[in-house]
Design a protein. Sequence first.
Length: 163
Amino acid sequence: MSNKSVLKLFYLLLVVTAIAGAPLAQMPNAYRPSITLEVAKKVASPALEEAVKNHWTIAVAVVDPSGNLVYYEKMDNTQLGSSSIAVDKARTAARFKRATKEFQDPLAAGGAGFRILGLEGVTPVEGGFPLLLDGKIVGAIGASGATSGQDAQCAKAGADSLK
């Protein structure tokens, strides 16, 4: 290949890269810096209080915007499987920027909702919420141990406390 051909190929790749990257550069950033450990503990507290008030036992997880665990607490006698499910619900809410119920409902309806099962890293069960500060995601909270609706009630209590 001649130097002229290599140069043309280089310019073509440069133009294609610039065109492909342009829409990404214009997208607003939906995330803020990560939730701190101190704030994560404060967010988990109302979720646990809601469970105690209703005589439920749950596990609560708070993750950063990437889905990395920041804080975790499991109440005594919570079923063992709920440990990882709480983290998975929080990760789903953080990474996909929505409550996990938004995956559960279309799946329960059938039809096109079954495509959700093919999404890697999605836990389509109610009980996970993104955590927002000034409209930006700083992390997410997930709860597991009771019914999915009860888990959501507890996690929402935690998420709402951040406002």
